[in-house]
Write a protein that binds this ligand. Sequence first.
Ligand SMILES: [Zn+2]
Ligand SMILES: [Zn+2]
Length: 341
Amino acid sequence: MLHVMIEGPGQVRVAEAPEPTVPGPGGAVVSVDATAICGSDMHFYDGDIDLGMGIPVGHEFLGTVLEVGPEVKRFRVGDRVLTASVAGCGACDGCATGDPVRCVEGPKVFGSGMLPGGQATAVAVPAADFQLLRIPDGMDDEAALLLTDNLSTGWAGAQRADIPPGGTVVVLGLGAVGLCAVRSALAQGAARVLAVDPVAGRRDRAVDSGAEAVDGPTVEAVLEATGGRGADAVIDAVARDSTLDAALGCVRAGGTVSVIGVHDLEPYPLPALMTLFRSITLRMTTAPVHRTWKELVPLVQHGRLRTDGIFTHEFALADAAVAYAAVAERSAECMKVLLRP
Ligand SMILES: [Zn+2]
Ligand SMILES: [Zn+2]
């Protein structure tokens, strides 16, 4: 089989690897039909994390079940499935909540060195009954890929922002997850979503999704747009020191900051006194992917939550190096890339 390796900053190689085998009696092997590049894959590409000799990457993928272990009950060979990007044991109290982050064995992420990469022609999937979702009839590959991570992340980030009906929400960072957060916030009852990104074309995409574009210094612009009060909730889909500062600065007193971006490894100097005196709730969330499916699948199927306009490019898996280079430009033209094995 083939899989995509990142071997150093900017170094992407499509390499031969042994065919995967069923990982234990509850596992399955999935033949990949489509996979995607995520913003968090770019931490490896940008060199934010030391990769040693390199790792197989990718955690967003869908495909066809090729083989199942003897204890798999819910899936058969030939089923079309998508996979949650984060995996749990599937058997503990934590996994029973649908949030693998709570798994007592610790969550594992595909393509992070813990599990095989999903940017491949085939992937071994542990605890398949927990980990896989049959792709609903009529759902296209783009929507299904967004249910592996990005839409679940945006949706969960909006839920954890405690958006009051009719409230005003700021979304910082308008990549794929940020756009999903914009749409989720509106679906969850926000009256206004103020969309912040340095790239004008990305703000335009958010406006197409129902947001208002905010330009210039974030805190000042949000205060001006809210009559000096600040936003009821801020969703930070970037999570750099600068966006965390902005989030805490433009949320109203008593409001919520919901962080779904991936910060680097350096500690963040939290302005604790100001956060206390302004009664700000600060939440940080990796997506409870499995738990979101029950809510998101009907919303997507019935057109209440759009999934179009997020994928902008498609490449052959063999051209992964070109695809990564395109994503690395972080332009308005290239938002999210689908790879086809
Ligand atoms: Zn992802
Ligand atoms: Zn578990």
